[in-house]
Design a protein around this ligand. Structure first.
Ligand code: PRP
Length: 216
């Protein structure tokens, strides 16, 4: 097979933590990804290229085999499903928490609550497990604004440092899931390009384990 092995990476915060991991297994983009508007990057390995996507699109590219492998947050996999994908490795990067959050001192009064989030599937399931009737309001960003503008009572969002919540007069309430980035692999590619893919998985697994074993 002479087609290049393609790894789909999630841009933004996850990308910054992915590049050092890839470098430690000998995969280095030829151009500076941070300062380029390109979407496809050749690497020092002429059998391997990187594509840079929004997180929500990474599983789609990998599921359809347009990319052989990908790096994506567990939040995206939980929200959009991981059918058609192998998830062989928790990369342990971009760790954060998916949480409910509300205005400081918020108390649940009444039977229903309005929850703004982009994670509508996770949120629906979470509140239904709690036996709480939640009216979901789908947003695409800046969830913290919704309670302030009385669009919603609570939000469900990613919390890392908690700074965004604090800056907007909110506090984290309950943790729904611990999140980190995962390696995903197209199922057919796993068979047809087994040697190349399993080598990358093995090398990344060793690097991740080394990081976990190292003293903090
Ligand atoms: C996430 C999330 C919060 C913020 C939390 O947004 O939606 O706004 O990070 O981080 P903190 O707890 O450290 O303040 P991100 O910047 O990833 O952008 P997004 O809205 O595009 O997901």
């Amino acid at each position: 097979m002479n087609e290049k092995l393609t790894i789909a990476l999630t841009k933004g915060r996850i990308l910054k933590e992915t590049l050092p991991l890839l470098a430690s297994v000998g995969i280095v983009p030829l151009d500076d990804i941070g300062s380029s508007r390109k979407l496809v990057f050749e690497t020092n390995r002429n059998d391997l290229q990187l594509v840079i996507l929004r997180g929500t699109d990474v599983p789609t590219y990998v599921r359809y085999g347009a990319a052989d492998m990908g790096v994506v947050g567990k939040d995206i996999l939980m929200e959009h499903g991981s059918e058609g994908l192998y998830e062989p490795l928790d990369l342990g990067i971009a760790r954060c928490r998916l949480m409910t959050a509300g205005p400081l001192g918020w108390q649940h009064i009444g039977a229903r609550i309005r929850v703004a989030t982009k994670f509508v599937n996770i949120t629906r399931e979470y509140f239904s497990r709690q036996g709480v009737h939640a009216d979901l309001i789908k947003l695409y960003g800046a969830m913290e604004l919704a309670p302030m503008m009385n669009l919603a009572d609570l939000i469900v969002d990613i919390v890392d440092t908690g700074n965004t919540l604090r800056a907007n007069g909110m506090e984290p309430l309950e943790e729904i899931a611990a999140i980190s980035s995962r390696l995903v692999v197209n199922k057919a590619a796993m068979r047809s390009r087994y040697t190349a893919i399993s080598q990358i998985i093995e090398e990344l697994t060793a690097v991740v384990k080394e990081g976990e074993d190292a003293p903090a």
